[in-house]
Design a protein around this ligand. Structure first.
Ligand code: ADP
Ligand code: MG
Length: 462
């Protein structure tokens, strides 16, 4: 009999060969004076031969414990005895069934996680890289911090917290970190998400009782990047979960990067321990770029499109659009589209038109204030006009305070501008109103729940 014979004509024959090889080995072990009959009964009888792989006879035992004992006690001298008896080098490979099951489960989970991560990776814009980011005096700190995190995750700043106004490159830097890490180390488990997705995922997991899956997904990563973390405002339970997520990742040696449109202490009701974690990491702000940087941005965006814009037009665009790079990009895209459509070369005049278009497109404030007031009015059962005008009964005045608070929460309007929405209330009245809402939310849970509902409604159908 030759156990290495591998030309089996069918499965049955193959199994018979394995079985025969194993029985020959059992005979040898049985007659081996160093193997007591008790040990033979206890350890060897349970072994099942399952396959021949190359030069190895693969055996299976029910548990890791049994496998370890067998390997320690028998595998050495007896294997040489077996080899001597059958005259060929034969290895024994012992597998433990419980370990196999655990490994299969792990593999399955790992595959699922990788699938999830690939889906998330598709959310990453490949053009948002460090190379395409124009660095100037108002964003260089955030840029360098982001780069150092990408070079050596979890080395120094944890979390890295990038904050600044809309359209100033926060998301760009977050994607740049992902792109860079992915390029240097494609096996890294990168998870990029928005605070809203994180929140929705968490609430769904709570509802469906799938928290372990949720935790596996968010914690078993090398780097977790969450965009627009300011949406944690007023979500105490999600804050709690995020706090634990952060601690778990940090403990496992991973990195967390966050962006926000405001600094941590301006995120409403942020728990103290989260605040202290944010402050203990690296806070890097981005401010609107100065004119020189804006000119470079205009030129770089045009160059990326292979699109020539005269210097005076570039300068004009950079002079006009001071606070939002997304608008600059919008204008260039618009001029480029016109050029491709009818060959019209950009001029100051066409730039002016494009700029006013982009500004009008980017006027969510009016709409948002209307929607906020409508939503508050609906929930609190008053008329929107009453909220907007001065005076009225106590319910109206309460609704006005809630509106002011929510406007401040979700728009970037200044207190003075907010006052103008209510027939010209002065900024101290607005500050007083928002503070009184904050305080009431602390003491009155029903009131707090109502305000959060309004906030959620506004956010979900945006
Ligand atoms: P935020 O997330 O801060 O609102 P984004 O990262 O989405 O802003 O940036 C808006 C647009 O402006 C993006 O297309 C981004 O590429 C571009 N942008 C912002 N800052 C810069 C910069 N410094 N250099 C190049 N592009 C920039
Ligand atoms: Mg963004």
């Amino acid at each position: 009999m030759n156990p290495t014979l591998q030309i089996f004509h069918n499965e049955e024959e193959r199994m018979r060969n394995i079985q025969e090889a194993w029985e020959a080995i059992l005979q040898i072990l049985k007659s081996d004076p160093t193997v007591s009959p008790a040990a033979y009964d206890l350890w060897i009888k349970e072994i099942q031969p399952i396959a021949i792989e190359g030069e190895a006879l693969v055996l299976s035992v029910p548990s890791v414990f049994q496998r370890d004992i067998i390997e320690q006690q028998f595998a050495g001298p007896q294997v040489s005895a077996v080899q001597a008896a059958i005259g060929i080098p034969l290895k024994l490979l012992i597998r433990a069934e419980d370990e196999e099951a655990a490994r299969e489960e792990e593999d399955k989970q790992d595959k699922q996680l990788r699938r999830d991560l690939t889906t998330y990776y598709k959310m990453i814009n490949p053009f948002y890289t460090f190379k395409t980011f124009v660095v100037g005096p108002t964003n260089d700190f955030a840029y360098l911090a982001a780069q150092s995190v990408a070079d050596k995750p979890a080395n120094a700043y944890n979390p890295l917290f990038i904050w600044g106004g809309s359209g100033l490159g926060k998301t760009h830097l977050l994607h740049a970190i992902c792109n860079e890490i992915h390029q240097n180390n494609p096996k890294s488990k990168i998870l990029y998400t928005t605070c809203e997705s994180f929140t929705n995922d968490f609430l769904a997991a709570l509802h469906d009782m799938t928290l372990p899956d949720f935790r596996q997904k968010y914690r078993d990563v090398d780097i977790l990047l969450i965009d627009d973390i300011q949406f944690l405002a007023n979500k105490v339970q999600t804050q709690e979960e995020f706090f634990n997520t952060f601690e778990a990742i940090k403990l496992a040696g991973g990195q967390v990067v966050l962006t926000s449109d405001r600094r941590p202490n301006e995120i409403a009701t942020l728990t103290d321990r989260l605040m202290s974690r944010f402050e203990a990491g690296m806070l890097a702000d981005i401010q609107p770029p100065p004119i020189e940087t804006r000119i470079l941005i205009v030129q770089s965006k045009a160059a990326q499109l292979n699109f020539h814009i005269d210097k005076n037009v570039c300068d004009y665009i950079a002079r006009e659009l001071k606070t939002n790079v997304r608008q600059i990009e919008g204008v260039i895209n618009k001029l480029h589209a016109e050029y491709r459509l009818n060959g019209s070369v950009p001029t100051e005049r066409s730039a002016e038109l494009a700029i006013s278009n982009v500004r009008n497109d980017n006027q969510p404030v009016e709409v948002t204030v209307d929607r906020i007031i409508a939503e508050v009015a609906r929930t609190m059962n008053v008329q929107p006009e009453d909220i907007r005008n001065k005076g009225g009964n106590s319910q109206i005045s309460k609704a006005r305070k809630v509106s002011a608070y929510i406007i401040r929460e979700i728009t970037r309007m200044k207190t003075k501008e907010i006052g103008n929405e209510f027939g010209g209330l002065d900024h101290s009245t607005i500050s007083y109103a928002t503070t009184s809402v904050e305080n009431k939310m602390k003491s009155d849970t029903a009131f707090k729940a109502m305000v959060e509902d309004i906030l959620n409604n506004l956010k979900t159908d945006r």
